[in-house]
Design a protein around this ligand. Structure first.
Ligand code: AMP
Ligand code: MG
Length: 501
């Protein structure tokens, strides 16, 4: 082996950190060093993401077990926990913070965007309270699968760079293998970050944070006459768009607390999240959501509530006259519903192949949802079967078979054909456009559960790998993976999901 090769082989993994959050005032964060673990092992490394971040994928993969467990801290990292507050199920908690997450630092990706690299489950931080700062392997795999699936679906979400097992147990109701996920986000600033400063009456800190957020996520607002009001507006716009996207794929976040609502507009925190199988707007999976606060169809109203909590924190910056600040903020928050509705209707219309505008379109969309609810039809399969039906009425039978009785959809199908007949595109073109927005594959709960069981019980990661493979191309028919389109058998159905904390 010549010298150069040897050098290449022993090259240390270098991450070109540029840590702006660490430079914000000291009370915004606290230093937090990952706790050493016994025997880390790299389960999964996301090479394409590493490359997107401009990182040395070979070196990172080679040293991955040490780096992504927190055992080895790359040069330039400034590990810290971020301080935040939050409304949890409507109850305000003035200090939460990263209790089991450690921000290693930030990098500038190939597109010039600043991205956070964070370890989740790497040990205690000053914000851990009574928690152990650890994550069980199951929730690590769930977050890896679902966040990457969201990305492939085209929905803004944090990403998964790596997953490791720690070789150490974590103690929940049972003893479980421990894991760490490395999460990449546009930032980890939440509504709760603003609430943390507001609840301390720290207006200077709020201004510093708001200016930082504008600079990092909404630079166009730098020249605005009312930057802080416009910041609320911009976050409202992204949240409304995001939640519309969730509803269009049947996603239930599960724990939309203000500390789990990212200012960047990305989906964050995949604890008890789940996708609908049969369509039911009142559906709740999370074991801790007893009142159904975060049910599927309640998500837009909760999004608006969260935005009101954000606006409250910024009132002193919005206008020196309190009544004027409230009035301006109220107008922005009141606009959430209309923005959401417009995004949602556009998304749902595209799902049924409507790309022009007519008066009855909303009713037609709602008519289908009502029929699906009554007929117990699977959300994802119905829309995918509708793509086939758009191409040829020969395929209607497969669609009808998804309903408890065919007549539950027949009248609707008739009205839909009449309406799509007035669309300018050919049937084949319409079907192709519909297939690009109606996934064949979603991360179904029972499949995630099976992947977790195999990994936790038998150390078998093949189901996890297969799920990642199939979910990377959700809009393509992948005949080899046809079984992954199927809803659960009654005995496979997942009734409850857990935060995993
Ligand atoms: P989550 O339910 O993941 O949004 O977390 C809510 C709060 O609980 C956050 O402040 C977390 O950092 C904290 N937390 C959750 N799990 C743990 C844990 N195992 N150890 C310490 N803190 C935790
Ligand atoms: Mg959280």
């Amino acid at each position: 082996m010549d010298n150069r090769n040897q050098q290449a082989e022993t090259r240390k993994a270098v991450i070109p950190f540029d840590n702006s959050y660490a430079r914000l005032p000291a009370h915004f964060h606290a230093s937090a060093i990952p706790t050493h673990v016994a025997e880390p092992w790299l389960i999964k490394f996301n090479r394409p993401l590493a490359e997107e971040l401009g990182l040395d994928a070979d070196a990172l993969e080679r040293d991955g077990a040490a780096i992504f467990s927190g055992n080895s801290i790359p040069e330039g990292a400034e590990p810290l926990g971020m301080a935040y507050a939050g409304h949890q199920f409507g109850q305000f908690v003035p200090l939460l913070g990263d209790g089991r997450a450690i921000l290693l630092g930030e990098v500038i990706d190939r597109a010039g965007k600043r991205r956070d690299i964070q370890l989740k489950g790497a040990g205690k931080t000053p914000y851990s309270r009574r928690g152990d700062g650890r994550a069980a392997l199951g929730p690590v795999l769930r977050e890896y699968i679902v966040s990457e699936a969201m990305f492939a679906l085209g929905i803004p979400a944090t990403r998964a760079l790596a997953a490791v097992v720690t070789g150490e147990p974590v103690y929940r109701e049972q003893v479980l293998p421990g894991g760490v996920i490395t999460r990449v986000a546009a930032s980890h600033i939440r509504v709760g970050t603003f609430q943390f400063l507001a609840s301390r009456g720290d207006t200077d800190g709020l201004k510093t944070l708001a200016d930082y957020v504008i600079d990092r996520h909404y630079p166009d607002l730098k020249s605005s006459d009312r930057p802080y009001l416009d910041l609320v507006k911009a976050v409202v716009e992204r949240q409304a768009a995001l939640i519309a996207r969730w509803l269009c794929v049947g996603f239930i976040h599960g724990v939309m607390n203000t500390d789990n609502c990212a200012i960047s507009g990305e989906t964050i925190d995949f604890g008890p999240c789940a996708f609908l199988d049969a369509y039911d707007p009142t559906k709740v999976f999370s074991s801790i959501d007893r009142g159904g606060r975060y049910a599927y169809a309640s998500q837009p109203a909760i999004g608006q509530w969260n935005m009101a909590r954000l606006a409250e924190t910024l009132l002193p910056l919005i206008d020196p006259e309190p009544s004027e600040a409230v009035s301006l903020a109220n107008d922005v928050i009141a606009g959430f519903g209309g923005l959401f509705q417009a995004h949602w209707l556009d998304g749902m219309k595209a799902k049924i192949g409507l790309f022009t505008e007519e008066d009855g379109d909303l009713d037609l969309v709602q008519g289908l949802l009502t029929a699906m609810h009554q007929g117990g039809a699977d959300f994802t399969l119905t829309f995918r079967a509708l793509c086939d039906a758009a191409e040829s009425a020969d395929k209607d039978e497969a669609l009808k078979a998804l309903f408890a009785t065919p007549h539950q959809i027949e009248a609707w199908l008739f009205a839909w054909r009449e309406r799509t007949g007035r669309e300018p595109l050919s049937d084949a073109e319409t079907a192709a456009k519909m297939r690009a927005v109606n996934p064949a594959f979603i991360p179904r709960n029972h499949r995630i559960e099976q992947a977790i069981r195999a990994a936790e019980d038998d150390g078998d990661f093949s189901l996890f790998e297969a799920l990642l493979t199939v979910l990377a191309r959700p809009y393509e028919d992948q005949p080899g993976f046809a079984a992954y389109t199927a809803p659960p058998l009654p005995q496979e159905e997942v009734l409850r999901t857990f935060c995993g904390t």
